[in-house]
Design a protein around this ligand. Structure first.
Ligand SMILES: [Zn+2]
Length: 267
């Protein structure tokens, strides 16, 4: 699932091939922007803000994209064969030498003053002005909110998606239903930061292993916990609009349920 590290990598690969170069070609495969032509504009920067990718193209305008559940960016030398179906491409950018294609992007738009438009986001875990104290204060504001929901709220802290919320809760031994006020938030925030930093330049893993053992609990429902052998539980916690974001994985032994009084109602 695309999370802050994925956005960071996408923005970095676009930056490496496009920064300082004029666009020779652009095509939005989104009806609203079908007539937008960015050719001739110079790419000033490409950066991630939380799970968003922002490509600055001058005059305070930027291409703003979000990969949501399925999106992916591919950057390659011009003429490279696409590895995804052409009908899933939402945006094509080219210089004289390179091409960037955004497939299945959940958001693909032109945005004026992107930093203002995205200022609702909390501190960016991989941002140049990462502010852990502010992230902790934001997460602490609603003490009763389950930490498994608070970690996904990009207004509080930007960059964590479902994989990291499941993995961070496991690594801290915290049941995802635990109220945020009952969690060691500085330690939780620090862990999220370290996980994203460790993975920003590689294929994501939270265990240090590759392939099928990349994650402690995420995607491992019914399989034995790698620490204690108990079957990992798959359940749901989250807003109903994004099904995959609701899927929760935890180990009932390593992450004991919170005391009854701190259990959220209706979850
Ligand atoms: Zn366990």
């Amino acid at each position: 699932m695309p999370e802050g590290d994925t956005a960071f990598q996408a923005a970095a690969s676009i930056a490496a091939a496009f920064t300082g170069k004029p666009l020779a070609y652009s095509q939005f495969r989104v009806p609203r922007y079908a007539t937008v032509d960015l050719s001739g504009r110079t790419v000033l920067a490409s950066r991630s803000i939380g799970k968003h990718v922002v490509v600055d193209v001058g005059d305070d305008w930027a291409i703003h994209t979000h990969m949501k559940m399925e999106g992916v960016w591919r950057v390659h030398p011009l003429g490279t064969r696409w590895t995804k179906p052409a009908h899933t491409a939402r945006l094509v950018l080219r210089t004289d030498t390179h091409e960037a294609v955004g497939f299945d992007l959940g958001v693909c738009e032109m945005l004026r003053h992107p930093d203002e438009a995205l200022s609702y986001l909390g501190p960016d875990l991989l941002g140049p002005t990462w502010n852990p104290e502010l992230a902790v204060a934001n997460l602490r504001r609603d003490r009763d909110r389950p930490i498994g929901l608070a970690l996904l709220d990009q207004r509080l802290m930007a960059g964590v998606g479902n994989v990291y919320r499941c993995e961070a809760c496991f690594l801290r031994g915290v049941h995802p239903h635990t109220g945020a006020g009952d969690v060691d938030l500085p330690a939780m925030v620090d862990l999220c930061h370290r996980l994203l930093v460790a993975n920003k330049g590689r294929v994501r893993t939270t265990t240090g292993h590759a392939r099928s053992r990349r994650y402690w609990v995420y995607g491992r429902g019914g399989r034995p916990c790698m620490r204690c052998g108990t079957a990992i539980v798959r359940s749901f916690l989250g807003t109903p609009d994004t099904t995959e974001e609701r899927v929760l994985y935890h180990c009932p032994h390593c992450q004991p349920e919170p005391a009854r009084s701190s259990l959220p109602s209706g979850s």
